[in-house]
Design a protein around this ligand. Structure first.
Ligand SMILES: [Zn+2]
Ligand SMILES: [Zn+2]
Length: 248
């Protein structure tokens, strides 16, 4: 008599073997991602950081929320000059800043409302007169955390995205991809965005192409930020048109 359990046993692969086999299939869709390493030293207003004191354009007032008019928290500031040599800046030159209203983000019903309570921009120290602030306009929940380095690893898209790209994983391979936590839900530069399924994300208004992930901010990683459904915040940009940069 055939023992049905033995048949299953033969078919079940060792997880490391299964992952090796899955990684081979994923190879063409692999993207580098960079995780920030934060410190706690005092840094200048031009430094890459989470939260704290942002660089402002001379005579500018601290960016305010369009909805409640109160000052927004600096979520992240990235100075392209501080990226390691082996890492090409994901947004070009200058200083990228992402601000968001901490208060309004708590009551946000739909992630689509994010542009109304946030601001993303790239400052150009070559043409703009930049300055620091003496003190923050109000107290924010996350203290300033300087970004002192970046750690490279690889990232993969989720199974739905893979399928749309022509890579149809088997059930056990798909389960392992999810179990390994891809695409990574953490603060990261580049890699694959952890999108919410069923939402249409904006394309470049100039050329219509899909925009690339610059940075993903995950809930409760380096920042004390909470979005509806525990979703991540993304800054995406057109590769060709650098001025096409949005927060979603
Ligand atoms: Zn607000
Ligand atoms: Zn474009």
């Amino acid at each position: 008599m055939v023992n049905i359990f033995n048949i299953f046993r033969k078919k079940t692969k060792d997880p490391s073997e299964l992952w090796q086999e899955t990684e081979m299939l994923l190879k063409p869709y692999e993207k580098p991602m960079w995780a920030p390493k934060v410190g706690n030293s005092e840094v200048s207003y031009l430094f890459s950081k989470f939260s704290g004191k942002a660089a402002l354009v001379a005579k500018e007032t601290w960016p305010a929320c369009k909805r409640c008019k109160s000052p927004m928290q600096l979520l992240v500031q990235l100075n392209a000059k501080q990226f390691p040599a082996e890492m090409k800046s994901p947004f070009g030159e200058g200083i990228l800043q992402l601000f968001c209203c901490e208060q309004c983000s708590k009551g946000l019903e739909d992630i689509k409302e994010l542009p109304e309570i946030s601001l993303v921009r790239v400052l150009d120290p070559k043409t703009q007169d930049l300055t620091g602030v003496e003190s923050l306009p109000k107290t924010f929940s996350t203290p300033e955390k300087p970004i002192e380095g970046w750690e490279e690893s690889v990232d993969y898209p989720n199974t739905a995205k893979l399928k749309s790209l022509g890579c149809d994983l088997k059930v056990d391979q798909a389960a392992l991809l999810t179990e390994k936590g891809f695409p990574k839900v953490q603060d990261k530069l580049m890699g694959w965005p952890n999108w919410v399924q069923g939402i249409k994300y904006p394309k470049c208004s100039q050329c219509g192409s899909a925009m690339k992930l610059v940075i993903q901010i995950a809930p409760q990683d380096n920042l004390n930020i909470e979005l509806p459904g525990g979703q991540c915040m993304h800054v995406i940009q057109c590769d060709k048109h650098k001025s096409e940069i949005v927060v979603v």
